[in-house]
Design a protein around this ligand. Structure first.
Ligand SMILES: Cc1cc2nc3c(=O)[nH]c(=O)nc-3n(C[C@H](O)[C@H](O)[C@H](O)COP(=O)(O)O)c2cc1C
Length: 169
């Protein structure tokens, strides 16, 4: 029978907010970022930039900027995703491109049995984070992704039924 690995990953990926103590290997982080790098982007501008945080103290330092600090604390690696405004065309399309990059990251991690959670809430304090990290003005925080090995428990989620999503034209 034909297998559909991408479709399976899309259906089975869940936001994971609890992680085991197992470390994530550098090769795994590279593979995950490679998937992000190959996302489509408007005019192929590839406006995404990444900061990888593996050090528990550095992750702890970021906790002050989000109410989801408990998720950060349990995770082993954080990937911060930035929009490089020097590589920005139309802003909406640049941000959509970043979304495609993040989704690739989540799916690639899922395939490696690494759980992720997309922390968008930290963006509410993006200027403070950028200042704290001493970043140049062209980098705007778009999201933080927590990563860690998945515990065995099954995660549920729900979606709006397809027939409610299709608008009759
Ligand atoms: C743009 C965006 C921002 C999000 N921000 C947060 C967040 O700040 N904290 C959090 O726990 N989950 C966050 N999530 C994860 C969503 O809550 C989650 O994807 C949704 O509830 C569906 O669950 P699932 O990913 O397990 O299918 C975010 C997701 C997206 C796409």
């Amino acid at each position: 029978m034909k297998e559909y690995p991408v479709f399976n990953a899309i259906l089975n990926r869940r936001s994971i907010r609890n992680y085991t103590d197992e470390q994530i290997k550098d090769e795994e982080i590279n593979q995950i970022l490679e998937a992000g790098r190959w996302a489509p982007s408007a005019k192929n501008l590839q406006p995404w930039r990444f900061i990888i945080m593996k050090d528990a103290q550095r992750i702890e330092d970021l906790c002050q900027f989000t109410k989801y600090a408990n998720i950060l604390r349990k995770s082993k690696v954080n990937i911060l995703i930035f929009l490089d405004k020097n590589f920005q065309g139309d802003r909406i399309k640049s941000i959509q491109s970043i979304g495609a990059c993040i989704q690739n990251i989540l799916l690639a991690a899922h395939e490696l049995e690494i759980g992720t959670c997309w922390i968008g809430e930290i963006v509410n304090r993006h200027e403070k984070v950028e200042k704290f990290l001493n970043l140049p003005g062209n980098l705007e925080l778009m999201a933080l992704i927590t990563l860690g090995k998945m515990p065995q428990e099954k995660k549920e989620s729900r979606r709006i039924p397809l027939e409610e999503l299709i608008i009759k034209g």
